[in-house]
Design a protein around this ligand. Structure first.
Ligand code: ZZB
Length: 258
């Protein structure tokens, strides 16, 4: 599986993360790194998700930079040469996902350039980086989770303002309009992020509809088909140093479909 890893620079740590991390990264600039299959949707990021019960690390990339992700992802990136020296993992700090929640980060290419880290219970430790950037206009999982968080902020231990950015229209599809994910959540009567079966179906439809029939509403490739814009947005982000290519090891791809 060929992902694009989006580099989301930390603007301000949550108090809990600051207490654990301060003084331990050797002056490196720290990024949360989110694996995505849809770089063309990055204009519509409204927040970022981590699994509150998952373990994360801050990993040195070189002397200047560090990435926040799962240990598993850091090891894969080290083997792929995205972390130096190749094959070597240097974990500076280990930290619980719950403590990262509330951190303010930069969302590259997004119309809302500063967003917050929020909790998502369905983040898998075994996929991508364990950090997920959220595009509720085009990802049914993101939309359902954001609505859950807004309904019960105390329960999820978040400040309502962290979840206050509304979905942004970035891609238009003939069947679902400018907000494909909310339209599908409504159509399939999805009540919450716990409706796993319907969400899997909604995701499948949203992927197909967006890729085959979608048109860009914003950005440098506004008016172009998603099929054409996807690689161009990715290349542009990689060229600007805002993203890196990341391949998921074979074994996991096989286990996903079995
Ligand atoms: C932004 C985005 C925008 C995404 C969208 C999807 C969509 P897949 O297809 O199963 O391989 N993701 C990445 N890592 C994780 C994880 N560890 N746990 C849970 N979800 C994760 O899933 C790849 C997508 O799932 C990624 O692409 C990421 O969300 C999320 F408009 O990034 B995506 C219709 C989907 N639309």
């Amino acid at each position: 599986q060929e992902y694009t890893v989006i580099k989301m620079a930390v603007v301000e740590w949550s108090p809990a993360a600051k207490a654990e991390i301060e003084g331990k990264v050797g002056g490196r600039k720290v990024h949360l790194v989110a694996a995505t299959l849809r770089p063309e949707t990055m204009y519509g990021q409204t927040n970022c998700f981590v699994g509150p019960a998952l373990k994360y690390g801050v990993f040195a990339v070189n002397d200047q930079e560090a990435y926040v992700c799962t240990y598993r992802a850091a090891r894969n990136m080290a083997y792929q040469g995205a972390i130096k020296p190749q094959g070597h993992v240097n974990q500076l700090v280990e930290i619980d996902g719950a403590k990262i929640v509330g951190t303010k980060i930069n969302a590259p290419f997004a119309l809302n350039p500063e967003v917050y880290v929020l909790p998502m219970e369905t983040v898998l430790a075994t996929k991508g980086t364990g950090v997920v950037t959220s595009v509720p206009s085009d990802s049914p999982d993101d939309y359902a989770t954001l609505m859950d968080l807004r309904k019960k902020p105390e329960y999820y231990k978040i400040e309502p303002s962290w979840a206050s950015i509304d979905p942004v229209p970035v891609i238009s599809t003939p069947a679902y309009g400018d907000m494909t994910a909310p339209a599908l959540v409504q159509k399939l009567k999805i009540q919450s992020a716990k409706d796993a079966k319907q969400l899997a179906e909604a995701k499948e439809i949203a992927y197909k509809e967006g890729f085959y029939n979608g048109t860009m509403l914003v950005g440098e490739y506004k008016g172009e088909f998603v099929q054409d814009a996807k690689a161009k947005v990715r290349d542009s982000m990689v060229k600007q140093g805002l993203a890196i290519p990341y391949a998921e090891p074979e074994g996991l791809v096989i286990s996903r479909s079995s």
